[in-house]
Structure formats: C-alpha cells, structure tokens
Design a protein around this ligand. Structure first.
Ligand SMILES: O=C(O)CCC(=O)C(=O)O
Ligand SMILES: [Fe+2]
Length: 354
C-alpha cells in the first residue's frame, strides 16, 4: 500500500504533465521556492570567453600558444567558454536537436522501453534527475546514452543512431583537442592528460534534455545548480535560452553565439588540476512559452581510471594533493545515484585544508 502510494507520487515524465489541458499552476512537488525570481538574478553578459578552435589547431605556434593561454584563463576564471570555428557542420548539429525532439515526441510507451533500471545502464530515459532520491522534482525529461568506449543508441527514431554516432565521434575529436590544450595550459605535455586519464577509452555520455513550457517558471527549475562529473561537457541547444552559469557569485544568462559549442569544466578537471580549474556550477531555468532542448555531451576519463591530481603539478608546485583518489566509475555512480546538489559529490573527495 505504502509502496503504491510512493510510486503514484513519482512523475512519469514532465512532457505529459506540461501538456495537460488547462495546467495553470506548478504542482507542489515541483515548487523549489516561492521566490526563485529568475528574471532578477540572471545577469546577461557578453563577457563569456570565446575560444577560436581554429587557432588552437593552427600550425602557427604563436597563434596556438595565444589560444592555449586563453583556454587556460577561461578554465581558471570561468570554468565556462564558447567554442567557435570548431568544424562540426551546422546541419549535423541541427539533425542532433531534431532527432532528440523526435525522441521525446515518441508515444510514452515507446519511450518507456528505454527507461534504465540502474544509473550506469548505457541507455536511460527518465525525468527530473533521479526520482528515487528526490522528493521535489525538476521540470525536465532526459535521455542518457553511453556512446564511448562502446557505442549505444536508442533504436527510435530510426535516424537517431547514425546521427548520434557521427556527432559523438566528431565531438570527441574536438573535446580531445581542447583537453590537449588544457593539458598544455597547465604546463604539461599536450598528451599528458590524454594518457594519464586514458582518453582513448574515455567515457562519453550523450544527454538529451527536454524542458517543456511551464505555467509558473519562476517557481521551478529545469536543473538545479550543479557541476558536471567529467572533464569537459560540450552543450548545444535549440537556440532557446535557459542555461545560467555561476560567475563571481552571480548567475549569468548564457546567450550562445549561433552554432557555437558551450563548454563547462567538470569535477574531474578540478581534481586533475588539483583545484586550479574549478568545475563550473550551472543550472537550467525554464520558460512559459517554448520547449527548450539541449544536448549535452560529457567527456571523461575511462571508467576504470583512478583519478588523482596530476603528479607533476604536485611536485612542481610543491602543493599537497587536495583530492582523494577515486575510480571514475565509482564517482559517476555516486553522483548519479544521489540528489544533484551543487558540488556535494566533489566535496566528498576534497581534502579539507587548514
Ligand atoms: O540544459 C542545460 O542548459 C543544462 C543541462 C546540464 O547542465 C546537464 O545536463 O548537465
Ligand atoms: Fe550540467
């Protein structure tokens, strides 16, 4: 009886709820505050750093070193930047968004076929973040797919597999090049990070997020403030705003340049850099007009890698390791099976300094 009641309270998906005729109020189990007041606290800013990928891959050593310097500064000052001239075709990015939209528009029974049981299942459709650990839910449905080192894909819509395969392959190349630049910006060889964290077998997770219109967007959240688990997360969207990043204590509305990639630094880059590049805290707000779709691709070490701060950084800078070594797979499982709450997972491996 109690179980049935608990199950009945779990939402099956937000798309269905948001589509209910005459929905005028946010149900109480989606209300995060009566005063989130997104309009007032999201600053619009044109100062988000922009990285020109073509300079990072340039044969001209001066151009390349300028780009690496900018990359390091963006990681250190913001943990967030936009990448332009990345070479991912516009029509491929559009196809990824369109197929993701089609997936969420499948009938509920068909989507349910992909609802995973365990947080490490390679294809997992769900709602909110982790309804088994939450009492309050988020205005979001998601599809999470492990696309590397082994490629998985939902079988519907039909075109999804090929589109996701091509996109994730191209994006992985961009992410690895960026991480090569990040490695150099830390004073390490370009290949150091790649080898130390076994990126050849690195985990890549493709996440489709679906945020339908909400009648009272100021009361709820699409995703709460959080940092991502991996090294770098690359994000595109259907050009509808909603992502906010934390910078110097303020929430900044991200207005993406057309066809740019938005990049977040994740917890494992913070660990690897021994705290020099702090993982970025961000959140997704919702609106009352249009559905927002984002596709987020997380790039991390291989699941079996035990991540610790890079030893040359500790030796060279004579600063003790600030993080407890942990296998990436264990960290991922821990983060995904709890509530998403700021940097609470990273705090578990952080060594307090006196
Ligand atoms: O949809 C967004 O803009 C943010 C999504 C996000 O932060 C995530 O999936 O980790
Ligand atoms: Fe995120």
């Amino acid at each position: 009886m109690t179980d049935m009641k608990a199950t009945a309270l779990k939402p099956s998906n937000i798309k269905q709820l948001a589509g209910s005729p005459n929905l005028r109020f946010v149900p109480s189990n989606y209300v995060h505050s009566t005063n989130l007041n997104h309009d007032d606290d999201g600053d619009d800013s044109n100062s988000i750093p922009i990285i020109d990928f073509s300079l990072l891959t340039s044969c001209d050593p001066n151009q390349r070193s300028t780009a690496i310097h900018q990359l390091g500064k963006s990681c250190q000052d913001w943990g967030f930047f936009m990448v332009v001239n990345h070479g991912i075709p516009d029509n491929l990015m559009k196809a990824v968004i369109d197929c993701t939209d089609e997936f969420f528009n499948l009938p509920d029974e068909e989507k349910q076929e992909f609802s995973g049981k365990h947080v490490l299942d390679p294809v997992r459709y769900g709602t909110s973040f982790n309804t088994s650990a939450e009492n309050l839910f988020f205005w979001r449905d998601f599809l999470k797919v492990f696309v590397h080192p082994h490629f998985h894909s939902p079988t519907k819509p039909q075109a999804y597999r090929d589109v996701v395969l091509e996109y994730s392959k191209k994006l992985r190349e961009v992410a690895r090049k960026l991480l090569g630049g990040v490695s150099e910006s830390l004073g390490l060889a370009e290949s150091y990070l790649d080898k130390a964290l076994d990126l050849e077998s690195g985990l890549q997770v493709f996440v489709g997020n679906y945020y339908p219109p909400c009648p009272q967007p100021e009361l709820t959240m699409g995703m709460p403030p959080h940092s991502d688990h991996g090294l770098l997360t690359l994000l595109i969207s259907n050009q509808v705003g909603g992502l906010q990043v934390q910078h110097q204590g303020k929430w900044i509305n991200v207005n993406a340049l057309p066809n740019s990639l938005l990049v977040n630094t994740g917890d494992h880059l913070e660990i690897f850099s021994n705290g020099k590049y702090k993982s970025n805290v961000h959140r997704a707000v919702v609106n009352n007009k249009v559905t927002r779709i984002s596709v987020v691709t997380a790039h991390g070490p291989s699941l079996e890698t035990i991540v610790r701060p890079a030893s040359p950084l500790i030796e060279k800078e004579n600063s003790p390791s600030a993080y407890i070594p942990m296998k990436y797979k264990d960290y991922l499982e821990l983060q995904q099976s709890n509530q998403l709450d700021a940097k609470s997972c990273l705090d578990r491996v952080k060594i307090p300094r006196n």
